[in-house]
Design a protein around this ligand. Structure first.
Ligand code: NAD
Length: 379
């Protein structure tokens, strides 16, 4: 039996709004607007190294273009608030987010709160991702960090879905190997979590399975050959598919915990996910229905043969993930990221409490106890 729908409830929904253009020449689709005010919310690093010019030079000369270079990793509330304060003076017709998940989430945060702050002009929102990781360009989610309380808040609203996305692999060739590895692991975590989330259905399964297959085929190639446009393009698609998968199915405890690691210890999001991914799979696989799902997946992807026992298939999946992480020389433990046991012990109550309140926990089939979170973190 290849498809199991016992994980979710008895009603399915998919909502697909965003036009996605992909491929080496996809940037040619940009710039067909005349006499508009365009607010380009861009990653500061990509503004400073002039990467952003690849976008501005494609825009029609009749446009007024305002570039915002305030985006920093893990968008803080203050940056979003500054954007909301500015939007009434910029008066954009179009917002273009240019950068990784942080740039796209900043733009989404500004759009979300601007609506609440009564910015009523019709806005077109275009996302141009430069990392292959978050899939934020096709999700209804933005993750904003409250730096005071050290909590990352996922906010969900269909109104922040981009209208249009351009996936141009040329924009990702400059991503350094370590960021390629981290963001690639984020893609894998999205797809694997979507596969076992309570909202999983036939559509999200299809998207997640393809995303995982693409990650296992192309991520290492992107890491070793950063300028391989074919591999970069496949990873962009994988990221996009995985984002669409979890936008339908939801995520789970891996993300609820990783959000706390990111906020407390400033670990890059994809790395935080990767560090606990196998621990989460093994924990989930203690439940028969979850184990079956992972085993089906491992068999579909030819990681395990059809007659492999479910327990062994889960272990083969974990070892495939571990091999991928090792080949990309990723740290494999929190300790290797300078997060010691005593640092974790000091924060475990807050990690548990905030993970319980994280909205990703709402779509986890099995919610972990504090002891189980400890095992995942220390395991
Ligand atoms: P990022 O956007 O923070 O970028 C990581 C680093 O890579 C930055 O230093 C950036 O300057 C650099 N960079 C980006 N593009 C580059 C390029 N082309 N060349 C060279 N350097 C480049 O990282 P990310 O992993 O894409 O995004 C992480 C954020 O997204 C986190 O805040 C995370 O919580 C959030 N997130 C959001 C969603 C969602 O659905 N909204 C999903 C998952 C994660």
């Amino acid at each position: 039996e290849w498809v199991l729908h016992s994980l979710g409830d008895k009603m399915n929904q998919i909502y697909i709004k965003t036009k996605v253009v992909s491929g080496e020449d996809s940037l040619e689709r940009l710039g067909k607007f005349e006499d508009k005010t365009i607010w380009l919310i861009a990653d500061a690093f990509l503004v400073d190294n002039k990467s952003v010019n690849q976008i501005t030079e494609k825009l029609d000369k009749s446009n007024k273009v305002v570039v915002c270079r305030d985006v920093v990793p893990d968008p803080p509330l203050e940056v979003v608030a500054k954007g909301v304060a500015l939007i009434h003076s910029v008066q954009p017709d179009i917002i273009i987010a240019y950068g990784g998940g942080s740039a796209i989430d900043t733009a989404k945060g500004v759009i979300y709160f601007s609506r609440l702050a009564k910015y009523e002009k019709e806005l077109r929102f275009i996302a141009i991702p430069t990392t292959s990781g978050t899939g934020s360009e096709v999700t209804s989610v933005t993750v904003i960090t409250d730096t005071q309380t050290q909590i990352k808040y996922p906010i969900e609203d269909d109104g922040i879905l981009p209208d249009e996305v351009i996936l141009c692999p040329r924009l990702t060739v400059s991503v350094p190997p370590a960021v390629t590895a981290n963001t690639g692991m984020d893609v894998l975590t999205h797809a694997l979590e979507a596969y076992v989330a309570t909202g999983a259905n036939t559509y999200s399964d299809a998207l997640a399975e393809k995303a995982i297959e693409l990650v296992f085929h192309y991520l290492k190639q992107c890491y070793h050959e950063g300028d391989n446009l074919m591999a970069r393009s496949r990873m962009q698609e994988a990221s996009n598919l995985a984002g669409s998968a979890f936008n339908i199915a939801g995520l789970g405890m891996n993300h609820s915990i990783a959000h706390q690691l990111g906020a407390l210890f400033h670990l890059p999001h994809g790395l935080a996910n990767a560090l606990i991914l196998n621990g989460v799979i093994r924990k989930n696989a203690e439940y028969e229905d979850m184990k079956k799902r992972y085993a089906i997946l491992a068999k579909k992807l030819n990681i395990a043969s059809l007659d492999t026992k479910d327990d062994d298939a889960v272990e083969l999946l974990c070892s495939e993930i571990r091999k991928c992480q090792q080949e990309m020389t990723m740290p494999l433990t929190l300790r290797e990221c300078n997060v010691t046991t005593s640092m974790l012990q000091d924060k475990i109550d807050i990690i548990y409490q905030n993970a319980m309140n994280d909205r990703c926990t709402q779509t986890a089939k099995y919610v972990y106890s504090k002891g189980e979170i400890v095992n995942v973190l220390f395991g």
